[in-house]
Design a protein around this ligand. Structure first.
Ligand code: ADP
Ligand code: MG
Length: 359
């Protein structure tokens, strides 16, 4: 079940001569059958261009795309059997929900009663069956996008392609729909490629994520792998808040000692590092302790921001940029609640320290 997508050395160049831009730059990638695969990255990094080459709307400059073992690189969209969902819902306003969803089946000459049955099944999958006879204008944005999803899956596409499908919706609805879209993709078994610039969307939904910059993959992995083991500054910073600290390393792998002016701390790394080492550690992997606690670094609280479920503290350590600390449950009785100017001690979780090897 599900189609394997194999992309080899794919390039798309827009413009010529001095104005030439590689929107996608010699990119290779395998997407496994049934995978919910995310293309994540800042605006302009080439996500839409890559997705549209997979769909067949953009002709690649070089390289190849295969669905299972069939090369489709220059096939037109209607030869590829893909379903697409865009940021704008693009439903036909004069048709009912059911008619919108039936459209692709009509094109494929699927007759009643099969057609009606498949339309209802697709609407049920997105929990919209009770709205079958409404017009799109009688639906909310989130409901319209669920209809667009039903319309894309009803044809049982080999590959489902979504381009920023939640970007027009408000935050609460986006959250609800994340789970729903993931459920639909996983229960249908359709290989899905999902484009977004929203790291939370990618982390919460994806089986795998390719983080793109300038048409290239900076890092590919699971959400946990990317968040916990970023290899570059770009990946560490794109996926959330982090602290980047220049240290001097000694020792070996899971028994590494890191030194800054404020003191030394332990790190459990995957490999040996020695000498100048840049590390990344997330704010939530640092804990506030009473001054003088063993295995901590002394610092001074600069300021605190209360954010509801967390508090963010900014702490000055000798020999480091201001350190961000995220403190869960800031009003729990055992929580240390310092005031600006107070001396504090920081404990850096050794297994959450990651060496950063390139920019
Ligand atoms: P994303 O979807 O990640 O925001 P795009 O794939 O839309 O990025 O664009 C990638 C790069 O290619 C950008 O620099 C964009 O300006 C350029 N680009 C995209 N489409 C065209 C086009 N039709 N003509 C010229 N340049 C384009
Ligand atoms: Mg785009």
């Amino acid at each position: 079940m599900g189609t394997k997508i194999q992309i080899n050395d794919l390039t798309k160049t827009f413009g010529t001569g001095k104005n030439a831009v590689n929107a996608v730059d010699n990119l290779s990638l395998t997407i496994n059958p049934g995978e919910l695969f995310f293309l994540l990255g800042p605006s302009g990094c080439g996500k839409t261009t890559l997705l549209r080459m997979i769909a067949g709307f953009i002709d690649p400059t070089a390289g190849s795309i295969a669905f299972d073992d069939k090369i489709v690189t220059h096939d037109p969209p209607n030869k590829r059997n893909t379903g697409m969902v865009f940021q704008s819902y693009a439903l036909w306003p004069h048709m009912t929900v059911a008619q919108n969803v039936a459209f692709g089946l009509n094109v494929r000459k699927v007759q009643k009663p099969d057609r009606d049955k498949q339309v209802i099944q697709a609407l049920e999958a997105v929990q919209m069956a009770q709205y079958a006879h409404r017009k799109p204008t009688e639906l909310s944005g989130g409901q319209q996008q669920r209809v667009a999803l039903a319309r894309a899956i009803v044809i049982k596409p080999a590959v489902l392609l979504l381009d920023e499908p939640l970007s027009n919706l408000d935050a609460k609805l986006r959250n609800d729909l994340r789970h729903q879209i993931r459920d639909v993709c996983k229960s249908s078994g359709i290989t899905t490629v999902y484009v977004t610039h929203d790291q939370k969307e990618a982390l919460s939904m994806a089986d795998k994520v390719a983080l793109l910059k300038d048409g290239k993959i900076m890092q590919l992995g699971t959400p946990v792998g990317l968040y916990r083991k970023p290899k570059s500054k770009f990946v560490a910073e794109f996926l959330g808040e982090t602290n980047l600290i220049h240290t001097k390393a000694s020792g070996s792998a899971n028994n590494t000692t890191l030194q800054i002016e404020a003191g030394t701390f332990n790190a459990s790394l995957d490999q040996d590092h020695s000498g100048d080492t840049l590390i990344s550690i997330r704010p939530e992997a640092i804990t506030l302790k009473q001054p003088g606690t063993p295995n901590t670094l002394p610092g001074k609280l600069l300021h605190s921001t209360y954010l509801g479920e967390t508090a963010q503290h900014i702490i000055q350590l000798k020999g480091a940029p201001p350190i961000k600390v995220a403190q869960l449950n800031p009003f729990a009785p055992t929580t240390i609640a310092p005031n600006p100017g107070d001396q504090v001690a920081l404990h850096l979780s050794p297994t959450d320290i990651v060496p950063i090897t390139h920019s």
